[in-house]
Design a protein around this ligand. Sequence first.
Ligand code: KIV
Ligand code: NA
Length: 265
Amino acid sequence: IKRVTTRTLQELKNAGHKIAMLTAYDFSIASIVDDAGVDVILVGDSASNVMAGHETTLPITLDQMIYHASSVVRAAKRALVVVDLPFGSYQGNSKEALASAIRIMKESGAHAVKLEGGIEIAESVSRILTAGIPVMGHLGLTPQSIYKFGTYTVRAKEDAEAQKLRNDALKLQELGCFAVVLEKIPAQLGQEVSQSLSIPTIGIGAGQYCDGQVLVIHDMLGINKGFKPRFLRQYANLYDVMSDAIKNYTSDVKSGSFPSDKEQY
Ligand code: KIV
Ligand code: NA
């Protein structure tokens, strides 16, 4: 199998083909995602929410991200593996940002890192790129800044914030990022940015004109019962599938019908 690289993603955009990205945090799920043909696996700091049960992405640590990332890397035969730099490991200190990115690359074997923000983190982005580590940007709703926003609603609806996002996207491209995630912004703005950039945009709630799409796997598989934002398409209802299986198992154990004669030595 031929490995997806940052160049592959650029070639997909140039050819007018879309890029499919999903999150994964562990070996077993990442194996399924990779075998199914997803181009990019994101080890997102959404692990803080869906794996650890925190309310925000802020608490997850660099060590915990490296643990998730190394598990995913062992499963990924084809996909490009991108890892989020967690909150506090890169903001405002480019030396620490580089050290964090190097730890991720060295200790997990991942292929690239992702950082949230634009001009504010330009120095960190440059420094990481200088070390030969590919960087994916992330603009719009950046969940590590949730306490600044105060809400998870759509970003950049106002002109000033939209203009800043356009500038930030161009800046990230100029610095040398290989792609940019656009999260929860109007489709029109997603289209404008996707057309003005030569590098690929990957949208989540950013409309149909982005060069690719990303979803959190627990959301699209319907493991998170009750999380149904407008941008989410749920491709399965694994909550019910798993719940039914577990109820059947429990009832079989209680009734003594499991294990049967054939299920013992
Ligand atoms: O952490 C994450 O899952 C992400 C994607 C939603 C883009 O950053
Ligand atoms: Na993230």
